[in-house]
Design a protein around this ligand. Structure first.
Ligand SMILES: *[C@@H]1O[C@H](CO)[C@@H](O)[C@H](O)[C@H]1NC(C)=O
Ligand SMILES: *[C@@H]1O[C@H](CO)[C@@H](O)[C@H](O)[C@H]1NC(C)=O
Length: 220
């Protein structure tokens, strides 16, 4: 009886070892944040090419201009203020779960503010002022427990100020001026520290709630 040929056995072992070494392991993190940002980009018009460096084939978005990562390569800042960008914001922004600064001020963003932004539980600052955003302020913002700065002024927002925002105990700066909000201004939580300047030029907003009255959306 001839011994089994050795070469095929050795080469199949080599193949198995190579497969084990290079097969993608399920714990390897995928580039989901880069994919989320790229999905945002596909909906935007960018006449001055500020998003030119956003190459989705890179392993992560940390080398892209206007994107900042922490030392574990997770996105913590998006800085696209004053960039002449137009288009809509999408739910994918809510996937940047380590984001601390969302700076999209003074562009031409339009459409609604995605309620998924309420998932950004590490957010410290959200600056969407100076765009053409419509619709209501999402109630989901009540989940942004780290939020200190919220500036949504100079847009076309409608509806009432969600009373749920009164639970944002870290909120230090709020600007909702120059919109089309209605109803009454909450008075509890951080709202006790904001001046009327935060709310000016919302022609249908009725001023602070009177203490002791049941909240009611007058004229909304
Ligand atoms: C902004 O974009 C518009 C076209 O959408 C262009 O006409 C204008 O020059 C741009 N402004 C700046 C400051 O780049
Ligand atoms: C009031 O807000 C609207 C909507 O943003 C804006 O178009 C208008 O110029 C503002 N008016 C003043 C006096 O600032």
């Amino acid at each position: 009886m001839a011994p089994p040929p050795l070469l095929p056995i050795v080469s199949s072992l080599v193949v198995v070892v190579l497969l084990l070494l290079f097969a993608p392991s399920p714990t390897t993190s995928t580039n989901s944040e880069g994919e989320a940002l790229h999905a945002l980009r596909t909906r935007l018009s960018d006449p001055t090419n500020v998003l030119q460096s956003w190459d989705p084939t890179l392993v992560n978005p940390c080398t892209w201009f206007h994107v900042t990562c922490n030392d574990r390569n997770r996105v913590i800042r998006l800085d696209l203020g004053n960039s002449n960008i137009s288009g809509t914001l999408g739910p994918e922004l809510g996937r940047l779960e380590h984001l601390q600064y969302l700076e999209l001020y003074r562009n031409n963003f339009e459409g609604k503010i995605p309620e998924e932004l309420g998932n950004l539980k590490n957010l410290i600052s959200m600056d969407l002022y100076g765009n053409r955003l419509q619709g209501e302020i999402p109630k989901s913002f009540a989940k942004l427990k780290s939020l200190r700065f919220l500036r949504l002024n100079n847009n076309k927002l409608t509806g009432s100020i969600p009373r749920e925002l009164a639970s944002l105990s870290n909120l230090k700066v709020l600007d909702l001026s120059n919109n089309d909000l209605c109803g009454t201004i909450p008075t509890d939580g951080p709202f006790s520290t904001f001046t009327l300047q935060s709310f000016e030029n919302n022609s249908r907003l009725n001023g602070p709630e009177l203490q002791g009255l049941v909240p009611y959306d007058f004229g909304c």
